[in-house]
Design a protein around this ligand. Structure first.
Ligand SMILES: Cc1cc2nc3c(=O)[nH]c(=O)nc-3n(C[C@H](O)[C@H](O)[C@H](O)COP(=O)(O)O)c2cc1C
Length: 332
């Protein structure tokens, strides 16, 4: 069925197809039709103090503002991550900013954190019926200087932690200038110290909300070593490996491949898995790894788990293979 749907959707430009798909899913949900979706096998696991009905989650960026959580949850995800949101709403980059590379089963995006802001997402989270695991991914506004990045992340945490199962700190989008500099040892340490202090304050008042850091695939082995050391020292609860890549190796002469932005999908998979493998050795099972990057079939998901991941997120794979991918991966 998705085979035919995809043929129609791929006639539209990618951003329109995205909007049409999510709106259609929401309508199907409101008409009660999603109850007829196939069930996804349940294989519960507990990590970061949270119980996941299965290991397969939705990656950040597909539902940035939390407008579609209840409808998306009916597809059988073990967890849903929304965002990235920033303290103030922002438009993101001018269109076109999203490109398909169909032969490569890849996507390039330079959305630039287009989102309706933290308060809007909090409002959506107050209204949802879904009571499974919700990750909330936060970032900084484009016009916030890097020296003040912590203020933006603290704001995001304060507004959204009350509604989140975990909060993901996005320091790895390639589409916000200098954001990735926050992965450098000095900056990362102070960012995480600030956020851990806020997490502890909130834990005393209300509940412990795990903090998860999302990193880039374009890191050297030395960078990964430094990051792992800091994640352990600061007692971070989880790490998402990885975001999109700025590499275009092997994509010479492919239409759209030289568009600026982050590349996701099949060509990202190997970079992402290499980071997971290295992290797995360095973190010694003390911090769970959430895989993200190029999971296009169940074998890819199994590879991520074999490399050391405990959970697996999907994005581009859903665009190319549809929601059956969730069932296939969850059945592992
Ligand atoms: C259109 C698009 C928008 C994205 N937006 C975000 C975002 O806002 N925050 C984030 O952390 N990751 C974002 N991502 C990255 C995905 O969450 C994921 O980490 C990445 O695409 C790799 O997984 P994949 O190969 O399965 O797509 C985005 C990806 C795409 C394709």
């Amino acid at each position: 069925m998705y085979y035919y749907l995809k043929k129609i959707l791929f006639q539209f430009d990618p951003e329109t197809a995205h909007a049409v798909t999510l709106k259609s899913l929401q309508i199907a949900h409101s008409l009660g039709l999603t109850q007829f979706f196939p069930t996804v096998s349940s294989q519960p696991c507990t990590l970061m103090g949270l119980t996941f009905p299965n290991r397969i989650g939705l990656a950040a960026g597909l539902d940035k503002n939390g407008d579609y959580i209840d409808a998306l949850a009916t597809l059988g995800f073990g967890f849903v991550e929304v965002g990235t949101v920033t303290p103030k709403p922002q438009e993101g980059n001018p269109q076109p900013r999203l490109f398909r590379l169909p032969e490569q089963e890849a996507i390039i995006n330079r959305m630039g954190f287009n989102n309706k802001g933290c308060d809007y997402l909090a409002e959506q989270l107050r209204k949802i019926k879904f009571n499974g695991v919700i990750g909330v991914n936060i970032g900084k506004n484009r016009d916030t200087p890097i020296e003040h990045a912590l203020d933006d992340y603290l704001h995001g945490f304060r507004v959204l932690a009350p509604y989140a199962s975990y909060v993901a700190i996005n320091i790895s989008s390639p589409n916000t200038e200098s954001l990735r500099a926050l992965q450098q040892a000095g900056l990362l340490k102070s960012l995480l110290k600030g956020l851990k202090a806020e997490q502890m304050l909130f834990a005393e008042r209300k509940k412990y909300v795990p903090l998860v850091v999302k990193i880039a695939p374009d890191l050297t082995p030395d960078d990964v070593e430094d990051i792992a050391e800091i994640l352990l020292a600061e007692k971070v609860d989880g790490v998402i490996a990885t975001n999109t890549t700025v590499s275009r190796d092997g994509l010479e002469n492919v239409p759209h491949a030289m568009e600026s932005g982050g590349l996701s999908g099949k060509p990202l998979s190997a970079y992402s898995t290499a980071i997971i493998q290295q992290l797995s050795v360095l973190l010694k099972n003390q911090i769970p790894i959430i895989a993200s990057g190029g999971v296009m079939n169940a074998i890819d998901a199994a590879e991520k788990i074999a490399a050391g991941a405990s959970l697996v997120q999907l994005y581009s794979g859903l665009i190319y293979h549809g929601p059956r991918l969730i069932q296939a991966c969850a059945a592992l």
